[in-house]
Design a protein around this ligand. Structure first.
Ligand code: SAM
Length: 302
């Protein structure tokens, strides 16, 4: 990812704050969310913290410097320390030492929210365990932007990060998580979307699936279809840019009412209505709420 100054949104001549003075910031770690595309998708508080922090750290120091430049935030002699997956163990002690001395340390990953499929977890944990105050500055995350755009149920969702890249591990991963009764959010490389869709279609061809691409950027695109439709869609083999996949919860399994009632009656003779509904819903793979409703109707009739 880069700081994306090639997009029209990334040319903010207007500056909301003149960052000439830097008010003192309370000591602690500041996990600062940054734009996932449009450079102006940054909060005023994030700009304040980047302006005032004693120390700056970033997954890619050039990306942060560029973002600060776009928003007119001077470095004022502050160094930007690199902190990423490959140098975390080496780089953490210096950041923790600064925190122990009461410094304010701002950390940004390349784009979006640190720790969300991005570095920062160990830093935040170690800082908290060492007694430093940890602050998270909310902002963009591709996961939530995709969920908002997907048109899929948002009352219960699960973030799965990147699926494994090897075929067997990916198939096991998909089998395990697609059984969960929740909307699922996955990050995926554009080169692997096609393979992941093919695996998904083999497990649940009718699963409504959304491909959300290049979010908040010029070529933002949202493509919807069943897993089988998308797996057969030639556009999926030539996708470009950054991609989030959002999967609907499992489709209700078609079970005839007679079979359900028979099973419920069997269990209701042995246990409470609630337990009978739970048992039947698990065995038939049906939503608990619906089965419980049917069980209550049967109990009423008796
Ligand atoms: N921390 C980031 C966040 O909060 O979204 C995610 C970082 S992760 C290393 C990068 C992945 O996030 C990409 O491969 C893609 O799946 C997703 N992503 C990031 N920016 C995106 C965008 N503008 N549009 C679609 N997906 C994006």
């Amino acid at each position: 990812m880069n700081a994306r100054n090639d997009r029209p949104e990334a040319e903010p001549a207007r500056r909301l704050t003149a960052h000439v003075e830097a008010p003192r910031l309370e000591g602690g770690l500041y996990l600062v969310a940054t734009p996932i595309g449009a450079a102006r998708d940054i909060t005023l508080r994030a700009l304040d913290v980047l302006n005032s922090a004693d120390m700056l750290a970033a997954e890619d120091t050039r990306v942060l410097r560029h973002l600060m430049d776009i928003h007119g935030i001077p470095l004022r002699g502050r160094r930007v320390l690199p902190y990423h997956d490959h140098n975390g163990n080496r780089a953490r002690p210096a950041l923790l030492a600064a925190l122990a001395e009461g410094a304010s340390v701002a950390y940004c990953s390349d784009a979006g929210t640190p720790l969300i499929a991005d570095p920062g977890y160990r830093l935040a944990l170690d800082a908290a365990e060492a007694g430093a105050r940890v602050n998270a500055l909310p902002g963009p995350s591709a996961s939530l932007v995709a969920l908002s755009l997907s048109g899929l149920p948002s009352d219960r969702f699960m973030f799965l990060g990147f699926p494994p890249s090897t075929a067997t591990a990916r198939q096991t991963f998909l089998k395990t998580w697609t059984a969960v009764d929740s909307t699922l959010i996955l990050y995926e490389s554009p080169r692997r979307v096609n393979r992941t869709l093919t695996d998904l279609a083999a497990i649940d061809p009718n699963r409504m699936t959304v491909i959300a691409r290049e979010l908040t950027k010029k070529f933002e695109e949202v493509i919807r279809g069943t897993a089988a439709e998308l797996a057969a869609d030639p556009r999926m083999s030539t996708l470009k840019g950054e991609v989030v996949m959002v999967l609907d919860r499992p489709s209700a399994v078609e079970v005839d009412d007679e079979k359900l009632c028979k099973m419920l009656e069997h269990y209701m003779a042995l246990m409470s209505v609630k337990d009978a509904a739970k048992e039947a819903s698990q065995q038939l793979g049906l939503p608990k709420r619906d089965v419980y409703q049917r069980a209550l109707e049967l109990a009423d009739k008796k």
